[in-house]
Design a protein around this ligand. Structure first.
Ligand SMILES: Cc1cc2nc3c(=O)[nH]c(=O)nc-3n(C[C@H](O)[C@H](O)[C@H](O)COP(=O)(O)OP(=O)(O)OC[C@H]3O[C@@H](n4cnc5c(N)ncnc54)[C@H](O)[C@@H]3O)c2cc1C
Length: 298
């Protein structure tokens, strides 16, 4: 299953099978404005709709809850796969249900959000690869001119608000796009720093005692702590721009492994292994890749 391809690393040998590209379109909003006291909208979006134009539309129509997810490449249908998230929001916070084709049972199924197995960059769909074809995603969004409470310190600083305060939807989108641009996370064909699969490693979730002194530590509901993969990489000796081959760390963001023009998947994975092994030797924490690897492994 291929959508935007922005979270895939495919083997240099290719894929020996049929690739299905999801290209369905359509955004349907129910109940919008029916009852001004209710103030909510239920929006069902075809899997193939590109994500960021949908976020732009949500901001424009004053639908609240997706604004911090501005600028993420790819399709709507891929967002439940790894519970796409950024800058303090995750789709699991606003997603109501996912309609799929179950290739094993050969039938349609609908999963309410509570049954999607959402966690940090994971879901039941990611855990059971190849089984579910996401057909459409339904979001339940509040209506209003202010975004959700800002839950990410860097974004709050940029907006000039306190954590937990709100800012105008359009301002949040603008601020997120600017922050992402500064980290090379918005594709620019002229800038090799943006030729990446986004963050190559997820932030590790470990026992609190394992988090190195000085590293960020965000408490998790299960008592463990999430720390910053970017911090670990940098402090293991892999600074911005690390590498001298065709695949190097971005000069703007250590978490992005970038193609400087003619890198192969082999080049990229060699760099990823070097970084992963270096972090493990230094801190005893093994980083895990975020993009889906097709026909290859780390
Ligand atoms: C520059 C950059 C920045 C990024 N920033 C972020 C970020 O901030 N946060 C974040 O969470 N992610 C981020 N990503 C990762 C990526 O954009 C998201 O994971 C996105 O949702 C992938 O969408 P896609 O349509 O490109 O999926 P693809 O890469 O085509 O597919 C990804 C996976 O989903 C499966 N899939 C796709 N569509 C369907 C479907 N309809 N049914 C079943 N399976 C399907 C594919 O088989 C594959 O396993 C970033 C990527 C890049 C390149």
């Amino acid at each position: 299953m291929l959508a935007g391809g922005s979270n895939l690393v495919v083997s240099d040998e290719g894929f020996p099978g049929t690739v299905v590209e999801v290209a369905t379109t359509g955004v349907r909003a129910d109940h919008e404005g029916d009852d001004p006291t209710c103030g909510g909208v239920i929006v069902t979006v075809a899997a193939g709709e590109p994500w960021d134009p949908f976020v732009a539309q949500a901001v424009e129509r004053q639908w609240v809850g997706l604004e911090a997810l501005s600028g993420i490449p790819g399709s709507v249908g891929a967002t439940p796969i790894q519970n796409v998230g950024a800058y303090g929001q995750e789709v699991s916070q606003t997603l109501a249900s996912v309609r799929v084709w179950d290739r094993r049972l050969r039938g349609h199924r609908s999963f309410a959000a509570a049954d999607c197995g959402f966690g940090y960059r994971t879901s039941r769909f990611k855990a059971d690869p190849g089984r579910h074809v996401v057909l459409s995603v339904t979001y339940q969004l509040r209506q209003g001119s202010l975004g959700g409470p800002v839950a990410y310190a860097e974004l709050a600083r940029t907006l000039g608000v306190e954590l937990g305060e709100r800012a105008a939807l359009a301002d949040v989108r603008r601020a997120v796009l600017a922050l992402r641009g500064g980290k090379g996370m918005v594709l620019d064909p002229a800038d090799h720093d943006t030729w990446s699969a986004g963050s190559f490693f997820t932030n590790p979730v470990v026992e609190p005692a394992v988090v190195p002194a000085g590293a960020p530590s965000w408490p998790q509901p299960d008592g463990r702590a999430k720390t910053s993969a970017a911090w670990l990489i940098e402090h293991a000796g892999f600074g911005k721009g690390y590498g001298d081959g065709p695949a190097r760390l971005s000069t703007k963001h250590t978490l992005a492994l970038t193609n400087r023009g003619d890198a192969t998947t082999g080049d990229l994975l060699a760099l990823a292994r070097e970084v992963r092994d270096g972090v493990e030797q230094r801190f005893g924490i093994r980083l895990v890749n975020e993009p889906v690897l097709v026909g290859c492994s780390l």
